[in-house]
Write a new protein. Structure first.
Length: 173
């Protein structure tokens, strides 16, 4: 084999290997839409969600809770309208349930707060656990009828999932 042919062969093998690595990167990072009825999110294709709402069945404030089995990700929706209407029926006063939950998050962990949009806020809390810094992130989606909290440990990951939340307007109609 001539030297030019060897160089061409080596470059071809390198080019093919690079294409395979890039293609795998796109595959690994690709997302899928996960529909939870009331809302949907975009998350990595390899997420496998488990409905763990039954752990909270005694709490009427909880709507549903989904935990990803293979990634640090938990998604919780609250029965915002139920809580607000029950409070009003029992006390005669109005309450903004979203505001109360957000104040509770702030009082517990004193997080860094990043307002991303009118409906999306990111709460970042760094705590020291056994000498290591532990990052906890909560992305909160809130509008007039919904309160959804996305939790995990990676800031960019949780931010992207929280920003991807889409409300299903046809749910329960």
């Amino acid at each position: 084999m001539k030297p030019k042919q060897k160089v061409a062969l080596i470059l071809s093998i390198f080019f093919i290997a690079a294409l395979i690595i890039v293609a795998y990167g796109f595959y690994a990072e690709s997302t899928a839409i996960y529909d939870f009825g009331e809302f949907s999110i975009k998350a990595p294709r390899n997420c496998e969600f488990e409905d763990v709402t039954y752990h909270y069945s005694s709490d009427p404030n909880m709507g549903s809770v989904y935990r990803c089995k293979n990634i640090d990700l938990t998604i919780t929706s609250f029965n915002k309208q139920y809580v607000e209407s029950s409070y009003r029926a029992n006390t005669g006063d109005s309450i903004d349930f979203s505001k109360e939950v957000l104040q509770d998050i702030i009082s517990v962990s004193d997080p860094q707060i990043n307002r991303i949009s009118d409906t999306t806020t990111l709460f970042i809390s760094n705590t020291r656990v056994n000498g290591q810094i532990d990052c906890d992130v909560a992305g909160v989606y809130e509008d007039d009828g919904h309160l959804i909290i996305v939790e995990g440990g990676d800031i960019e990951f949780i931010e992207n999932i929280t920003k991807s939340i889409e409300i299903n307007d046809n749910y329960n109609k």
